[in-house]
Design a protein around this ligand. Structure first.
Ligand code: SOE
Length: 382
């Protein structure tokens, strides 16, 4: 099978995660890396024997051999990069959040459809095998009508005033941090697994540090914890460290979630619970191979990932047999495998597309408006 040549834009935490994962996808060949910092770009390219590097992503877009690009740069760069890539005829896989505004996301959805390019927003957490098991259990009716959805996405890497990363800078990340960055993962998973749509929200956001001590050198995501910087710049902070959101999903279903980047001891924990009229399920990213299933009239169960015990459609997301853990890195492989398959076979779009990214910007807009008005906000009907 002819290899699809691809390029990675961005050399930080996500750029490396994408590069490592895409090399595990059959018949896909990363051939170029684009990054503003040429030293970091060359270092990454050398480490992975990637032949081409550039400090200007537009140069790589001019290479006809490159069919697809991964956008792993700070959020504010997603829109211009994705737009240029679509106009260059490239298939685009963009990290979440897709953009920093609804209008930009709408334009990308429209452009991608007009230019008939495959488009993916990387809500990879859908593709843990046990998350897919929850979805397929709901589709099979095992949960009955969904009554309650609750949970959290909690981290602690921005707990200290001295913690800094581009995500704290509203110019680079957009007008929301915690809800845009990880709250979007929770709501994407809640809608994907339940098949329901958030219809209204009531939100409260909190910024615990009005200023933070920004180190004078760049800090890769999560790398800040090991730092002992000699000097900082006291820098005003405009975006939230924490958000709590009550939400409705249609007429009856109710929910509540929190998103936090200041929860000591929670390293990267999306935890979701879904309660239906016939049964319930709960999944915790800190124990990703396990799925809790609750029943009223019989014992609760904890399933451990074993493809032979999964719903047939969920088995497609488990590459390894029972007892062999599949984790965060593997979810990127699962998304990328489906994205590249759709480049070869346009009917295979079993992955989150730009329209899903737009969906998250619409939810975020409502969350921000609700917080500002301190009132419930209804979302536009879908
Ligand atoms: C930082 O919060 C981050 O890298 C997110 O941007 C990712 O989407 C998440 O998967 C891990 O944490």
């Amino acid at each position: 099978m002819k290899s699809i040549k691809t390029a990675i834009f961005g050399t930080g935490f996500m750029g490396r995660v994408h590069l490592e994962a895409v090399r595990r996808v059959e018949s896909v060949e990363p051939v170029a890396i684009g990054g503003r910092n040429m030293e970091a770009t060359r270092r990454l390219a050398t480490a992975f024997s990637i032949p081409t590097v550039s400090s200007d992503y537009r140069e790589l877009l001019r290479d006809p051999a490159i069919e697809a690009v991964h956008i792993c740069t700070p959020n504010a760069e997603h829109f211009p990069m994705a737009k240029d890539a679509i106009l260059a005829g490239k298939h685009v896989l963009c990290e979440k959040p897709l953009t920093t505004t609804v209008a930009e996301a709408e334009e990308l959805v429209s452009l991608a459809n007009k230019h008939n390019v495959c488009n993916c927003v990387c809500h990879n957490l859908r593709y843990y095998p046990m998350v897919q098991q929850m979805r397929r259990m709901r589709e099979a009716g095992d949960l009955g009508e969904i009554l309650v959805v609750q949970g959290t996405y909690s981290q602690d890497w921005l707990l200290y005033e001295t913690d800094w990363n581009w995500r704290v800078d509203a110019k680079a990340a957009g007008r929301s941090r915690c809800m845009a960055d990880i709250g979007s993962h929770f709501f994407d998973m809640a809608e994907h697994v339940t098949g329901l749509r958030v219809s209204s929200v009531c939100a409260d956001l909190q910024t615990f540090y009005a200023t933070r001590k920004k180190p004078k050198h760049t800090v890769e995501t999560f790398a800040n914890k090991l730092m002992r910087p000699e000097d900082y710049v006291q820098t005003p902070v405009e975006t939230e460290d924490f958000g709590a959101v009550l939400f409705c999903m249609g007429e009856r279903t109710r929910g509540g979630m929190t998103a936090s980047q200041v929860s000591a001891g929670r390293k990267n924990r999306l935890s979701i619970e879904i309660y239906g009229t016939k049964g319930s399920v709960a999944w915790d990213q800190e124990r990703p191979d396990e799925l809790w299933a609750g029943r009223r009239d019989e014992g609760n169960q904890i399933f451990v990932k074993d493809p032979s015990l999964l719903k047939p459609a969920a088995r497609n997301y488990a590459d390894l047999p029972g007892g062999h853990s599949e984790g965060y890195d593997d979810t990127f492989k699962q998304v990328f495998r489906r994205f590249y398959a759709s480049i070869r076979r346009s009917d295979a779009t079993e992955y989150p597309q730009f329209a899903d990214g737009l969906r998250q910007l619409i939810i975020l807009d409502a969350v921000l408006a609700s917080h500002k008005k301190r009132a419930w906000i209804d979302l536009p009907l879908v």
